[in-house]
Design a binder for this molecule. Structure first.
Ligand code: SF4
Ligand code: SF4
Length: 164
């Protein structure tokens, strides 16, 4: 089996079918949006040809999560917490303004802060879904008493073996 496989992001795909023409084994199906995992030989031709950057080559086995020093992780969490506080303030301001320009600016700031928090949390050890941290987080969500649909969480836990 190939070390890598192609994955298509349907949100980016413009259905121009280039990947269909270049694939040597007929693994891409632009009608269903699927790339056949069994057929794909991981050559990367579709990914190179795709003008919309909708296809990514991913390794079958992900590397272990990179270890970080406790001081680094603590600092990252501090920055993330301060960004979350900022988000609360920005959301409050957004709810309490009627000015369209202000709304636009606040929405942009909220988006930018969210992206930053996501980046920081990835750097703090939640980069890979099969890391111990991510596994603990999924278990936390699973055992949380709320109306969250747990089907996907169960599937992720079933499929993602911890590797660090
Ligand atoms: S080449 Fe890219 S944009 Fe075109 S059909 Fe394939 S995935 Fe979609
Ligand atoms: S990586 Fe190669 S074999 Fe796999 S879908 Fe793309 S073109 Fe086809």
């Amino acid at each position: 089996m190939a070390d890598m496989h192609a994955y298509r992001d349907l949100k980016l795909c413009t259905k121009d079918c280039l990947c269909l023409f270049v694939c040597p084994v007929g693994a891409t199906d632009t009608e269903t949006g699927q790339i056949d995992f069994e057929k794909c030989i991981g050559c990367g031709a579709c990914s190179r040809a795709c003008p919309a950057h909708a296809i990514t080559m991913l390794p079958n086995t992900m590397p272990a999560q990179q270890k970080k020093k406790k001081e680094v992780i603590d600092s990252l969490f501090k920055v993330a917490r301060s960004k979350i506080e900022e988000l609360r303030t920005l959301n409050y301001l957004l709810e309490n303004t009627n000015d369209d320009k202000e709304k636009l600016l606040l929405k942009a700031l909220i988006h930018s802060n969210k992206v930053m928090v996501e980046d920081i949390m990835r750097e703090a050890g939640y980069m890979l879904p099969q890391s111990t941290n991510s596994n603990k987080f999924l278990n936390y969500l699973l055992n949380k008493e709320d109306d969250l649909d747990k089907t996907i969480i169960n599937k992720l836990l079933e499929k993602l073996e911890v590797n660090d």
